[in-house]
Write a protein that binds this ligand. Sequence first.
Ligand SMILES: Nc1ncnc2c1ncn2[C@@H]1O[C@H](COP(=O)(O)OP(=O)(O)OP(=O)(O)O)[C@@H](O)[C@H]1O
Ligand SMILES: [Mg+2]
Length: 355
Amino acid sequence: MIEQRFKCPNCGEIASFYGDPGEQTVVSCAACNSKGRITIPTSGQNNNYAIEVSHLTKVYGDLTAVNDISFSVKTGEIFAFLGPNGAGKTTTVEMIESIREPTAGSIKLLGRDIKTQFNDVKEKIGILPQEFHSFERLTVRETLVYFSNLYKKKADVDEIIKSLDLTSHKNMLYRNLSGGLKQRVGVAISLVNDPEIIFLDEPTTGLDPKARREVWGVIAGLHKKGKTVFLTTHYMEEAEYLADHIAVIFKGKIIAEGTLEDLIRNYGKSSTLHIKKCKNAAEVIEMLKQEGYDEVSSEGNGDIAIKIDYKERVLEILSHLRHDCIEYESLDIRRSNLEEVFLRLTGSKLTEDKQ
Ligand SMILES: Nc1ncnc2c1ncn2[C@@H]1O[C@H](COP(=O)(O)OP(=O)(O)OP(=O)(O)O)[C@@H](O)[C@H]1O
Ligand SMILES: [Mg+2]
């Protein structure tokens, strides 16, 4: 008999089932009672999760900073843990890294329970902590050699320097680097032991847009190499651009989880058609409301926004405009994004920039 963990597609709860390899069976979720069929993998297969977190909780005095959260990260994916200041991101990631001790719950890394088997996996993970700093008076290369010497398994330092595009800076002192380069050195340090899982806690906070994009390029490169990346961020566009899977954390709870498409489908408001510089905008808004479009609003300067739930709506609206000989400058359709999903779920915006 072996243990197979599965995640309920209905409520996200993670549960275990014991059975023989190859056995197929119907299981029911203890949390929401929905039923599904699972197959216990035969030997040689594994359940493909690099990180499995179950009912994780952290209490600091009166504050429950992380409140009974469960999620899994598949091997080779970029998982974004998205949330505002104080949501519980760092507390969670540092419990997974075995730096902070959980109040309750369990964590597996590469199938090993970190409470009892962390030593088996500690050399297989790489960490970029939040607000990382390194030795001011070491050069980039000296820094990497220093950290590399802390591990048994060593990646080629010069290869790392090359892959992070740090070659022309390798002899510069850390203290003389720009913010973006310092973050790249931080990512480079997290790679010195050629880890399977890399934890990056807010790797681009405080960087200018250009430096942020450079770090994104580095993270996308890790993904290409098959590494599992656990990324915490409060930047919507970072999660949208990079992540295969996103969990939104708010006040210590995961309030939504899935691919970007899942989140937009489940919590977004479909798309918005924008009519730019429309003549007689107020009358057009009234006309569209009478035609049954409930979510029509003025955006000032003759611009009108109309929520549309399926694309045929666009043709209908265009035919109304043509029929009434309405003049306008241009049209565009914008898809829902994570910003809107977050606003819907929490009633508040994620702060755009914190330095
Ligand atoms: N060691 C600690 N002792 C007491 N409270 C703490 C401790 N560490 C964090 N907290 C509190 O727990 C909550 C979650 O903090 P955490 O640092 O995990 O959030 P975060 O999502 O990483 O925030 P940020 O985006 O600011 O990094 C916050 O209210 C924070 O003040
Ligand atoms: Mg943090």
